[in-house]
Design a protein around this ligand. Sequence first.
Ligand code: RB5
Length: 364
Amino acid sequence: MKIALGTDHAGFILKSAVVDYLTSRKIEVLDLGAYVLDEEDSYTDPAFRVGGAIADGEAEAGVLLCGTGYGISIAANKIPGIRAVSCETPENARIAKAHNNINVIALGGRTTKPEEVPGILGSWLDTPFEGGRHLRRLNKIAMVEKSTLNVHMQGGGRITIFNHPLIQHKVGIIRDVTTSVKQFRELLQEITGLMVYDITRTLPLVDKEITTPIEKTVVKSIEGRKMAIVPVLRAGLGMVDGILQLVPNAKVGHIGLYRDPATLQPVEYYCKLPFDIEERDILILDPMLATGGSSAAAISLVKKRGGRRISLVCLIAAPEGIERVHSEHPEVEIFAASLDSHLNEHGYIVPGLGDAGDRLFGTK
Ligand code: RB5
């Protein structure tokens, strides 16, 4: 485990106690300063450095120090995905982890003694997050956060929610019970296409020399990475064309799963993937991430056949589904056009849009 550490001048007095305790537990410390005691050092920069390191995946969690732990946690909480709280006792730290799943703990150099550090940090590190109703609350907070930026870390996994106005507008129409089958099909393709524009943002580019009618020049070209899209039958089929319009050379696999009525577990009835799946960037398409059972099973199937770089693309995700997928496949990034509230007693996403397969194919 790697923990990022940051302090201002007033927290500096606790720094060596924190480093000693973490190192005694064989935890790697990513020291992001301050490195010397300087009365001018403010808590803002170390808070942003530590928050940024966690958001970028360089560290799993963080410890922040200032005079009280207050200012530095307020600053760190401005970074999306950071949940920082100042804890003065081991009991505060236990509750903050069990209920709020804090990924950053702040301590005060003026309120905490060095000898109290192991008790507080130990309580934070050793307490598990309780999930359940607490996860639903954190997800509500994440929904507000998404209006400012669309990348979140949840339960250790990465999820991107698309807050682009065009996507949100179209999601609003597709949810409407009066939207026709024809409109539904068109909208699902359009939304998927808009999402892919952003999903492919990190594709590596290489320089390539070409000749324009005027002269030779160097242009950018997408490096020869190959993509595979794998819809989960049947509703995933509705997302395929939206991607192929933009990435026409992508290969398409198919996965068919049904839910065993006795065990309620997903069972494979069809799986055909591109032969070189292990070399491809794979987008698994499943519009409704509800319980997460079929998406998690589809990811496992693709992994069993050699797939390595896998993302899951959904239209609407429920917190329960995100938790399930990330608990089984924490390295899989989830992309969704909307993060909804919860599942109802029938396993439907609320507010959702009903059964995407039925609405896509007009079967109900
Ligand atoms: C610095 O004097 C002090 O205000 C700061 O470390 C912190 O306690 C703020 O919350």
